[in-house]
Design a protein around this ligand. Structure first.
Ligand code: G3P
Ligand code: MG
Length: 261
């Protein structure tokens, strides 16, 4: 009984610390200015002054977390095929840059481990979106959390997990409870607060297109951080910030700088 009370107190205190993370975040590394989820994208973000990044983590067939948004090949790497059926070595051999521009041909699919190193070396804060291939939610959350917890502390800043998958967030919570979590959802349903409580999330991450001033107020009044994706128009960015939104990610690093307010 005592342990339960202690856990609840810690959770409550953590939530009350609200948003302690950066405000403006580069989506998928370099937004639309570089091939997404690559080291080249992270370099692009750095060249625009960004030291905060969101990226997507998926699991290879042999259990290695890599950066990838789509479960199936064909868009950012040549298809056909699927991430969950490919080893990390096979994924590493793929070209993740040529689809974007010949200038980026030969850019690799990075492992999550390589990206943690890059971010730590360059003092970049990470919003790690756990993006499981269908049916691989638990093991993806567990593997991402196991890896990240080994490296937390070496960069000096606390990263933040987020996911559309409750199962993945549960796995991350079980594996690395000390790394905070945000619950991602496109349109916020009634009952959102119970969902955040279920995974002990510190923040709600949602599509700005469906956000209202009233909803933003409700989330903030409940003591949660509020993060929006993907905001590319400076006027809209100013509007949602005026509603109390704590942070957002953007594809337009050229229009919205890291010190935008
Ligand atoms: O984490 C915010 C955003 O990246 C979620 O959508 O599809 O771009 O990963 P998506
Ligand atoms: Mg994402």
């Amino acid at each position: 009984m005592k342990a339960e009370v202690f856990t609840n107190t810690v959770t409550s205190n953590f939530k009350q610390s609200m948003w302690t993370f950066p405000k403006i975040v580069a989506h998928r590394g370099g937004g639309t200015l570089a091939p997404e989820n690559t080291i080249a994208a992270m370099r692009c973000g750095l060249s625009h002054g960004y030291r905060a990044v969101e990226f997507d983590v998926m699991l290879s067939s042999d259990g290695v977390p890599v950066l990838m948004h789509d479960a199936s090949f064909g868009r950012t790497v040549p298809g056909p095929g699927a991430v969950a059926n490919s080893t990390a070595e096979a994924l590493r051999a793929m070209d993740a840059g040529a689809w974007f521009s010949p200038k980026f041909a030969g850019e690799k699919v990075p492992t999550f481990s390589e990206v943690i190193d890059f971010c730590n070396d360059n003092n970049i804060w990470m919003n790690v979106e756990i993006k499981p291939a269908p049916g691989h939610d638990f093991e993806t959350g567990r593997a991402a959390a196991a890896l990240l917890r080994q490296r937390v502390g070496s960069s000096g800043s606390m990263p933040l997990f987020s996911s559309f998958s409750m199962v993945a967030l549960h796995a991350a919570k079980e594996t690395a409870p000390e790394i905070p979590r945000g619950f991602l959802i496109d349109t916020v349903p009634n009952g959102w607060q119970a969902m955040l409580e279920d995974v002990c999330a510190v923040a709600l991450h949602t599509n700005h297109k469906h956000l209202t001033r009233d909803l933003a107020k409700a989330v903030k009044d409940a003591g949660y951080g509020l993060f929006c994706y993907t905001v590319n128009d400076p006027a809209r960015a100013q509007e949602i910030l005026s509603w109390g939104v704590d942070a957002f990610c953007t594809d337009r690093l050229d229009l919205i700088g890291p010190d935008f307010s």
